[in-house]
Design a protein around this ligand. Structure first.
Ligand SMILES: [Zn+2]
Length: 543
């Protein structure tokens, strides 16, 4: 006996057997029942979602002598004749296999002949977007004045490539990707009726891989039956797909959560030795971490994760050990690595790099911060900034005059960073503070308002001293609130790459926020002077 592929063998014969397109099917059935049939339909949607199958069912249903609730009865004379397949009344054209000019011309000549067995002749044009411009024009002529007995069903995965003139003449239906649960239950039914035992877990793996395509799911099931015989386990499916088994992925995820870089390197080694595809593995790993994140965020999320009960339990246990931040970071980094790998000749190295980056965030922060600072220094050198060595005594004097709370060292105030004389630790602090303020301004503008006038010194013990002007006690108290202080500490940590404690102090003197006004007053005077005496006679002397 010749073997028929499962997806051909189990092609839906009635609307009720079409999976996962309930809205579309309901409308089509109603049209049959009420006999309000259009002359041109457009079925859009990704591959394997049931466009052609539905078109074929529809072609039978419009011709059936005794439709049952909109479905073809499959028993009447017409249904029987149309089922033979070589019917003259249901004509399938595959636009992908040729650009279709000749076939569409022929179609134009033949549409005038009435159907042989039923009431309608139905033309199903698959992948209609592949037609050439000439073929489209020929088709358009027919669509403009279709004979009463003709129905066109155009199917496409890419409706945006169709000319507007064609689109506007069709009744359009969108076929959605089929939900994994629907695929699983259909696969289970087919397996049962074929006499094959398939593990529940295996069905979910197939459905997940098929990404909404029933045809792909059935083709894969076919291959798995070929591989495993009449009993198909999840391992069989994974073997056919060439992906790593669930246990391995759980173990890798465990090491990502724990930050065990060296174990991860050994696991990558094992992956390569087993001859697994690195990119396929990466996709699985991202999917796994995504599931953990869903559980973490939704506190349950069983409906959002297509796995069997046991696996779901394992996911929940693992999710409890992971922090949301690490999961998000890991997914972000792995997705970037996946994109990079497509062009890389060394996918393994890309994977290893990504794993290290996930497990060692503190290094990365430091590197990022350093890169930033190097870039800034380069910019300043290009701009010709002169850096002077300042004598310790002067530094001390500056600090003392500015702040009594800070003994020794240097203070960075509003003007500290840009006067060029504040070299050494002070300059470094100024740059750090500038970056920290940049972060805070972006993420918590209110806190930025409290902090913009305060001084910043980082001492060797990892304490960041924030000195507020005496008239900003309220600001200081706000920053001293635990959540705000934590935020500032985190922001500083992000810049310098190590932990700090923030200590707030009040210092004598007023806030410097009035400074710009003073400046503008000075500028005013200078402008007036220039007005009165002329530019050549005004010399500006800084004291
Ligand atoms: Zn019938």
């Amino acid at each position: 006996m010749r073997y028929t592929a499962l997806y051909r063998q189990w092609r839906p014969e009635t609307f009720d057997e079409v999976v996962g397109q309930d809205a579309t099917i309901r409308i089509l059935k109603n049209q049959i029942k009420s006999n309000r049939i259009a002359h041109a339909y457009l079925f859009c949607g990704s591959r394997g979602t049931g466009k052609t199958s539905t078109a074929k069912v529809f072609a039978k249903a419009v011709n059936c002598l005794n439709p049952i609730d909109g479905n073809p009865c499959l028993k009447c004379e017409v249904c029987q004749k149309l089922s033979i397949g070589s019917s003259m009344d249901i004509i399938e054209i595959d636009a992908a296999s040729n650009n279709g000019v000749d076939e569409i011309r022929e179609l134009r000549d033949k549409v005038k002949y009435p159907p042989v067995v039923g009431r309608y002749k139905v033309y199903i044009i698959d992948e209609v977007h592949m037609l050439s411009t000439g073929a489209f024009n020929a088709l358009l002529k027919t669509l403009e004045e279709p004979p009463q007995h003709i129905i066109f069903i155009l199917a496409t995965t890419e409706p945006h490539r169709l000319p507007a003139t064609i689109l506007s003449r069709c009744q359009r239906f969108n076929f959605k990707r089929i939900a994994n649960k629907s695929i699983v239950s259909r696969l289970a039914e087919i397996a049962k009726r074929t006499g094959v035992q398939v593990e529940r877990e295996a069905l979910y793996t197939i459905a997940r891989w098929a990404e909404g395509s029933m045809r792909d799911a059935l083709s894969l099931l076919d291959q798995c039956i070929g591989f495993g015989g009449n009993v198909v386990s999840n391992e069989d499916v994974l073997a056919v797909l060439g992906t790593a088994d669930q246990g391995f992925i759980f173990a890798v995820a465990e090491n990502i959560i724990e930050g065990n870089v060296s174990d991860l390197f050994y696991q990558v080694e094992q992956l390569i030795e087993d001859g697994r595809d690195v990119i396929v593995f990466l996709k699985d790993l991202i999917h796994h971490l995504r599931n953990l994140l869903v559980i973490k965020v939704c506190h349950d999320g069983a409906e959002l994760i297509d796995v069997g009960e046991d696996t779901f339990k394992a996911y929940t246990e693992q999710a409890q050990k992971a922090s949301q931040e690490r999961l998000m970071r890991a997914i972000e980094i792995l997705c970037a690595a996946e994109a990079e790998m497509r062009w890389s000749t060394q996918p393994r190295v890309s994977l290893e790099m990504a794993l290290v980056r996930i497990c060692r965030p503190e290094q990365e922060v430091m590197l990022d911060a350093l890169m930033d600072r190097v870039a800034k220094l380069e910019q300043q050198l290009e701009g010709g900034v002169v850096v002077k060595q300042t004598s310790p005594s002067r530094k001390g004097a500056r600090a003392a005059s500015k702040s009594q709370a800070v003994d020794g060292g240097s203070t960075v105030g509003k003007e500290g960073g840009d006067d060029g004389s504040n070299a050494g630790g002070g300059t470094a602090d100024a740059h750090v503070w500038e970056e920290v303020l940049g972060i805070i301004k972006k993420e918590r503008i209110a806190l930025y308002g409290f902090l913009k006038d305060c001084g910043f010194v980082l001492d060797e013990k990892g304490v960041a001293v924030l000195s507020f002007p005496a008239d900003q006690q309220f600001f200081m108290e706000s920053i001293n609130r635990e959540d705000n202080r934590n935020f500032v500490e985190k922001a500083i940590e992000r810049v310098i790459g190590r932990q700090v404690k923030v200590r707030c102090t009040l210092v004598e003197g007023k806030s410097t926020s009035t400074e710009p006004e003073e400046k503008s007053q000075n500028e005013d005077i200078i402008e007036k002077a220039i007005d009165i005496f002329g530019e050549d006679f005004v010399e500006i002397v800084d004291d």
